[in-house]
Design a protein around this ligand. Structure first.
Ligand SMILES: N[C@@H](CCC(=O)N[C@@H](CS)C(=O)NCC(=O)O)C(=O)O
Length: 202
């Protein structure tokens, strides 16, 4: 099994951590989709990472589908087997991924020349990040889809999103406004699977 990633992608990190937590062996191929000579479109027509090439040659994307596929392979389960019980976990994953979507959009916009940046669009995406973090904190208090005794894909997705905010948006100081989330995340981020996949220095 081969996982195609960039080392800064929160979605790719989610899958690397899921594979490590499940104890499934894989090889890592680093391929930056923004570079002109990238091979990513040969795996995923959308040109995005992560993409997973399974042992039978099937290619899976995007990260929520890869996470579902991994559940079919055995190893430590990261989702409840029962469909209804799975819903809040997948909802948490979608919420966390959505915050990452907004953060990535702001990051990309901020890299354009200042005179071409769309301030209203940045503001709109930042609002999604703030609303999303508030919703995550509410869900954590209710233990809705993550924050339980054993790690699941919701925990991993939230940890990767918070890690991405640390990586690209340290100036947002999300810990000072979301103390409950911060206290919970400290233990999660100390797990070897998280430490080993910390994004490289920007
Ligand atoms: N929903 C997708 C998002 C993947 C994604 O946006 N990946 C970014 C890296 S963080 C990417 O490959 N972007 C390249 C592009 O948009 O062309 C997933 O969960 O896998």
């Amino acid at each position: 099994m081969k996982l195609v990633v960039s080392l800064t992608s929160p979605y790719a990190r989610k899958i690397r951590i899921a594979l490590a937590e499940k104890g499934l062996p894989f090889t890592l191929e680093v391929d930056i989709p923004w570079l002109p000579d990238t091979s990513v479109p040969s795996y995923n027509p959308l040109g995005k990472v992560p993409a997973l090439v399974s042992d039978d040659g099937e290619v899976w994307y995007d990260s929520p589908v890869i996470a579902l596929y991994l559940e079919t392979l055995g190893g430590v389960p990261l989702m409840p087997a029962e469909r209804v019980a799975c819903l809040p976990v997948r909802q948490t994953e979608a919420l966390a991924d959505g915050i990452s979507d907004a953060a990535v959009a702001v990051f990309l916009e901020s890299r354009r020349p200042p005179e071409q940046q769309d301030a209203a669009s940045i503001e709109r995406q930042l609002t999604k990040i703030h609303r999303g973090l508030a919703a995550l904190e509410e869900r954590l208090v209710q233990r809705k889809g993550f924050g339980g005794i054993t790690i699941n894909i919701g925990d991993i997705a939230v940890g990767c999103t918070l890690g991405y905010l640390d990586f690209r948006f340290a100036h947002l100081h999300w810990r000072s406004t979301h103390a409950t989330l911060a206290a919970w995340a400290a233990d999660l981020m100390a797990r070897p699977s998280f430490v080993d996949t910390t994004p490289p220095p920007a």
